[in-house]
Design a binder for this molecule. Sequence first.
Ligand code: AMP
Length: 212
Amino acid sequence: MNVCTLVIRVIFAAKQTILRMLNVVLFGPPGAGKGTQSEVLLQRYGLVHLSTGDIFRYNIKNATELGQQAKAFMDKGELVPDSLTISMLESEVVKHPDPKGFIFDGFPRTSAQAEALDKFLASRNASITCMLALEVDEEELIKRLLNRATTSGRADDADESIVRNRITVYNRETAPVAGYYQSCGKYCGVKGVGTVEEITARLCAELDAFAH
Ligand code: AMP
């Protein structure tokens, strides 16, 4: 095989990988329903669900060094620093050798995380297919989180001042990330109010449109 054929084959293989994978950023403020909807979408599309919040909580429960570092920030409703979060996310992605794709839930939450994710996926011949953003108004979010605290056992759901801080942090540091995906035509806002099934149907309609 000559060099030219080899190069064409490598490019073609890379393109096939990009086309085959479905990588979704499920976006939205705390309490928007990202976890609930991720569970449904991962079943329907055969995707790997990566929730950075869940991974941090797993590390806290298992008293790892990462868990100890993250806990101080999570207890206050602040973001865990980018350096810790990005390296953790990358090490989770590489645990899945041939995935159909990923649902990124709770990541990226800063512009630096969004840029790092793009670079990292590109190094693996992959890319983000789309960002689906669940839209829910603030008072509804607070109601949902305080209500979730009764079953989630999460301290950061139970205290209204921490809940409000999480939403403030979201508005300040995370909401601008939507602009990053808007600028490359990958953003889609979805009404996050209604029954679980209604919201799932809206998400699937948008996802199918991006996937084809
Ligand atoms: P969540 O389960 O998505 O609501 O996240 C719970 C907490 O974990 C957040 O309030 C942050 O303290 C931390 N966290 C989760 N994901 C990230 C992220 N991508 N960047 C920084 N901190 C995060």
